[in-house]
Design a protein around this ligand. Structure first.
Ligand SMILES: NC(=O)c1ccc[n+]([C@@H]2O[C@H](COP(=O)([O-])OP(=O)(O)OC[C@H]3O[C@@H](n4cnc5c(N)ncnc54)[C@H](O)[C@@H]3O)[C@@H](O)[C@H]2O)c1
Ligand SMILES: [Zn+2]
Ligand SMILES: [Zn+2]
Length: 389
């Protein structure tokens, strides 16, 4: 089959690889009908995620049609249309039973390696390194779905792929980011990053009753999309973000601050971001947490900092004194997608949100390498790419 494979920094290729097969009784195989490139894939593309191997198949936002099912996968049959969460979860372990699917203790065969780095291992993920299971990803013609009985959600007949596809990742992720803020009604929520994840965080916060969303980025078309949702926007290239948030919140700060940027902010985001860049380039640091620092400083006393932008290692110069002395709450996670999917599917069915709003580019699977470049460089007004094998 054809699949998108990783070959090092800025080198994604469309290649022929062996077709996947059922390896376990709870697996299914899907023929991919749509898949997407995620901001998390850019961390692979930019070479900041460790333990990728040459030829690894990438992609973790995928849906398609079941073409083969293992004997223990009783709720699926050939022909079902399904969307696949990016987290691989058994549904039975302590963590899955608690709804913490992204911490499944059975799905990461590389758990020992991950534990050395992080103390404990999270779940395995599709197409996301040999620290997280080395699973082949879904930017491909076919995908093997482990634990498919809990890892594949049936899509209602008549719902187009473009409405269902983002249940795999960015819609639950943006929704969870807003959920972490404990919105009761009327709050001011600041969102850093108006990429696809930020766009879903903005819309989710407003759906939950936030009074005001302040959306921060510098890319005009992304700020425009945030305004279309009802957010007020701040261009960090033009205004001082801290001052602008202070002005809009009677000098208190935002009730909650959401980081939808993670470890790869622009180097020109601030002086500290330049220093981080130098430190990472010279192996003196692992991450570039400019946005996290800013989010902490901009959060009101006893407010919440919600983090869904991805970080990898040991973060330097975090203003922890600010957080402890002012009573901040931190919430963060790789999204336990299975815990959110059914609820969010209902929001789509009820017409409360149409996730396809975020798509700007539609292309064939073989066009992915060029589109990685376009999406990474934020060229051609690119916000979200959907690929059809
Ligand atoms: N926690 C999870 O489960 C999960 C799931 C999906 C994605 N993610 C992560 O979420 C993050 C965003 O993903 P995305 O798909 O939206 O990616 P993206 O790269 O399209 O979006 C990032 C946005 O941040 C903006 N940005 C850069 N520097 C900034 C700054 N200083 N202040 C404000 N904005 C700034 C960029 O212009 C861009 O629009 C990534 O780190 C991704 O890995 C996490
Ligand atoms: Zn993702
Ligand atoms: Zn589990």
């Amino acid at each position: 089959m054809k699949a998108i494979t990783w070959h090092g920094k800025h080198d994604m290729r469309c290649e022929h690889v062996p077709d996947p097969r059922i390896e376990h009784a709870r697996d299914c195989i899907i023929r991919v009908t749509s898949c997407a490139i995620c901001g998390s894939d850019l961390h692979l593309y930019n070479g900041v995620i460790p333990d990728m191997h040459t030829g690894d198949v990438v992609g973790h936002e995928t849906m398609g049609e079941v073409v083969d099912v293992g004997p223990e996968c009783r709720n699926l049959k050939v022909g079902d249309r399904v969307v696949i969460p990016f987290t691989i979860s058994c549904g039975e372990c302590f963590f899955c039973q608690n709804g913490w699917y992204s911490a499944c203790e059975r799905s990461n065969p590389d758990a020992e390696k991950a534990s050395k780095l992080w103390g404990h291992s999270p779940a395995g993920l599709f197409g996301y390194s040999h620290l997280l299971g080395g699973y082949a990803g879904g930017q491909a013609e076919y995908l093997r779905v482990p634990y498919a009985d809990v890892g594949a959600l049936k899509v209602p007949a008549g719902m187009p792929d473009e409405q269902a596809l983002f249940l795999s990742d960015i819609f639950p992720t943006g929704y969870m980011a807003a959920d972490f803020c404990g919105i009761r009604g009327g709050e001011t929520i600041a969102v850093w990053g108006c990429g696809p994840v930020g766009q879903f965080a903005i819309r989710s916060a407003l759906l939950m009753g936030a009074g005001r969303v302040l959306a921060i980025d510098t890319i005009p078309e992304r700020l425009e999309m945030a305004r279309a949702a009802g957010a007020e926007t701040l261009d960090f290239g033009k205004v001082d973000v801290y001052d602008a948030i202070q002005q809009r919140t009677h000098g208190r700060g935002a009730d909650a601050c959401i980081d939808c940027v993670g470890t790869e902010p622009y180097t020109m985001s601030g002086l500290d971001a330049v220093v981080d860049r130098v430190k990472v380039a010279t192996y003196l640091g692992t991450d570039r947490p400019h946005v996290l620092r800013e989010a902490i400083q901009c959060c009101r006393n006893f407010g919440t900092v919600s983090i869904v932008g991805v970080y990898g290692g040991y973060l330097d110069k975090i203003p922890f004194g600010s957080a402890i002395n002012r009573g901040l709450t931190f919430r963060m996670a790789q999204t336990p997608v299975q815990a959110y999917m059914t609820k969010l599917l209902k929001l789509i069915e009820d017409g409360r949100i149409d996730p396809s709003f975020v798509i700007t580019h539609r292309a064939r699977l073989e066009d992915a390498p060029g589109l990685y470049e376009t999406f990474n460089a934020k060229q051609d007004n690119c916000i979200k790419v959907v690929l059809t094998p």
